[in-house]
Design a protein around this ligand. Structure first.
Ligand code: GLC
Length: 475
């Protein structure tokens, strides 16, 4: 019978992404990105024009509301941009209940509008009551009514935008499944939920979190370099960058002659890169995972990279090893996390990967807590090997769209000095060695040694500050 360490080694190898695979994927990303800028493709990269036609320079001023629905949490903020690259931010955060994530559209938009109402009462008390009197009649028609709060709505799902504050939800990702919201204009729905509650708020801009991250990083200018990409590696993954409007073939320029010579921020929705899995690695664990998602055969890149999925991949590998009687000495109860899809949070592989104790005692207590199982050192080493392999594959794949955009835009030859990437999300922030593994993969691409000119900075509050900056664009 094959030993556990041999099996674990074999499985870890299945998660390896060679340098030549990285290059193949980068080439394919550039090809898909260009084809999908030229014309819409149902299963291709969405490459969504956002109607944001500039990035900030730090001098912007004003107070705005922001609502951020990214994954598991809803945040309501008010942001005061001070015009010197700094800002003040007040925020409230609540978890989005499962019943809302999978309920109906009216409850969903109502839930958000109620949180905005509570926020205004709490933080803008008398001011907001005054505004309510002044503006309730004018709400629907006149966004420039005095005392009407302009709101940037960070809605981090694929939306086919038709204006800065108009766009139809294409599909849900990251475990959300509110069927009657698909195809609806999310800004209009949100605005009417706010209006029903007579709240003095105008939804001025729809903002993807990656666009917000790009805007916020450009505003705060932490380095001398030019921020080329805003990206998220968290529950989901995605990136936004500035593209010349003349290169966006599918964008109806006739209706907008004033902006043809400008740039527009593109929300790539790279989670949907290679949905047909022509080039992406595809283990049997990926295949099973995909069948358990509410969006099977979409967002196939995201399902190999982002936080929602890494714990589930580990669970599926452990399930196989347990089926082969190689790990877990006693039977697991039917209700065990091992048998429960989506029960393993990304923090589990991430903390196991980070365990540097000689006897892997941290891994021991995590496995005991999560699966109720005692482990031998050999078993813990096998589990750590798998966790590391899953994390490393995620990071190396993450380098693909980043390198693709850097190469496609010729940023390293066009601009001098540093090329900056603003990033946010728990995976890039906390998964051990994530940035190091991205950089190693960059060096395998045509970027080569120029990798040292690329800075990757964590852009906190991208979705709050960035949303405010987009609401300001609306003025
Ligand atoms: C998912 C969403 C995308 C978002 C990303 C990161 O991929 O489709 O819109 O930007 O998650 O939150």
């Amino acid at each position: 019978m094959v030993s556990l360490s041999t099996r674990a080694q074999q499985i870890a190898e299945e998660f390896e992404v060679s340098d030549s695979k990285i290059n193949e994927l980068v080439q394919y990303f550039i090809q898909e990105a260009e084809e999908c800028l030229a014309e819409k493709r149902e299963r291709g990269l969405p490459m969504i024009p956002t109607f944001v036609t500039g990035v900030p320079d730090g001098t912007e001023k004003g107070t705005f509301l922001a609502v951020d629905l990214g994954g598991t949490n809803l945040r309501v903020c008010s942001v005061c941009l001070k015009g010197d690259s700094t800002f003040d931010l007040i925020q409230e955060k609540v978890a989005v209940p499962q019943s809302i994530m999978k309920g109906d559209s009216a409850d969903f938009f109502g839930f958000m509008a109620d949180r905005v109402g509570e926020f205004l009462e709490k933080h803008h008390g008398s001011e907001s009551l005054y505004a309510k009197e002044q503006s309730s009649d004018a709400l629907k028609t006149n966004p420039s009514t005095p005392n009407l709060y302009k709101l940037g709505f960070t809605f981090s799902f694929p939306v086919d935008q038709s204006a800065l504050n108009r766009g139809k939800l294409m599909r849900w990702t990251k475990g959300f499944d509110i069927k009657d919201a698909v195809g609806k204009d999310v800004c209009a729905e949100f605005q009417s939920a706010l209006n029903i509650r007579q709240l003095p708020v105008y939804v001025a801009a729809l903002v993807n979190d990656t666009v917000g991250t790009l805007m916020a990083r450009s505003y705060t200018k932490p380095s001398a370099g030019r921020t080329l990409i805003g990206c998220i590696f968290g529950t989901g993954t995605n990136g936004a960058y500035s593209e010349k409007i003349s290169k966006i073939g599918k964008f109806d320029k006739d209706g907008h002659p004033e902006i043809v010579s400008k740039i527009m921020v593109i929300n790539t929705e790279w989670g949907s890169f290679d949905n047909d899995v022509k080039h992406l690695p595809n283990t049997r664990f990926d295949v099973v995972l995909n069948t358990h998602t509410p969006n099977p055969n979409y967002h196939m890149f995201e399902k190999r990279v982002s936080g929602l999925y890494l714990g589930e991949l580990l669970r599926l590998v452990l399930l196989e090893l347990q089926g082969e009687k190689l790990i877990f000495n006693k039977p697991c109860a039917d209700s065990s996390a091992l048998y429960t899809p989506w029960s393993i949070d990304t923090s589990v592989p991430s903390l196991i990967d980070a365990d540097k104790t000689s006897d892997l005692s941290e891994t021991e207590s995590i496995v005991l807590k999560v699966f109720g199982q005692e482990t031998t050192l050999e078993q813990r080493q096998a589990i750590q090997l798998i966790a590391k392999a899953i994390g490393k594959r995620s990071a190396r794949l993450s380098a693909v769209p980043l390198a693709g955009i850097i190469i496609k835009t010729k940023a390293l030859t066009k601009f001098e000095g540093e090329i900056d990437i603003g990033a946010d999300g728990s995976v890039v922030e906390f998964y051990p060695g994530f940035e190091k593994n991205i950089r190693e993969a960059f060096r395998a691409t045509p970027i080569g040694a120029e990798e040292s000119r690329i800075s990757i900075g964590i852009a906190k509050d991208g979705s709050g500050v960035g949303a405010a900056l987009c609401a300001l664009v609306a003025e």
